[in-house]
Ligand binder design. Sequence first.
Ligand code: ATP
Length: 241
Amino acid sequence: MNSPLLSVEGLSKRFGGLQALSDVTFAVNTGEIVGLIGPNGAGKSTLFSTLVGLHRPSAGKVALNGRDVTGLRPHVIAANGLTKTFQNVSLFAGSSVLENVLIGGLVHSRVASARGFAMDCLERVGISDIAQRSAGSLSFPERARVEVARALCTRPKVLLLDEVMAALNTAEMDEIISLIRDLRKDGLTVVIVEHHMRAIMSVCDRIFVLNFGQLIADGPPAHIARHPEVVKAYLGREHDV
Ligand SMILES: Nc1ncnc2c1ncn2[C@@H]1O[C@H](COP(=O)(O)OP(=O)(O)OP(=O)(O)O)[C@@H](O)[C@H]1O
């Protein structure tokens, strides 16, 4: 059997007296779309930030394609193929859409060659027509696409999407879901943190559930939607899938 593309073993993160992640272990295979859910404060963003090197883990190991990337600097981890988008979309409002996306490409190349690839990424997410617009003037759905394009510009193998659908209505969310499916068809592996259960349940092959920093369940959407501990800790009721 092939080894998983992303492998996380016994990952823990402590902030002073607070244990934000406790002994988290999971694996993601090439081409999967995996969801990560759990109540506010469960540790989802901390897990993403620790995976991409923004936090140094207190214990545990992260491997990408069999290579240990634990504790490496964020740009080195990005260059190895693991990238995340940022919650509460953090674009440079005074810069153009193209400039915002191009920043992602600087992990691999200089500005001149990054520009062409940044345009390709904008094309891939369907917004090449707004490349010269100021990022500060964008709608929420446009901003979500720019965030995805910027992450794509780092040429990820695994893309971590942190609540990119947060401010979107149902129709806008469906468009992003369709984009995520297209990215998978192109060979990308995706992990999604999202509070919109309809979106998560419809797009993910598998879902991991965090509660108080611990992984309490892992399985296909139909299993997670009826998992008693998940319903109690997070969902509040069983969901139809
Ligand atoms: N830099 C930090 N310093 C100290 N504590 C932190 C830090 N970042 C997160 N925490 C704490 O770690 C815990 C997990 O937070 P985290 O943001 O990862 O949860 P989350 O599951 O992403 O929540 P949400 O769904 O609200 O985004 C929380 O108790 C939070 O207050």
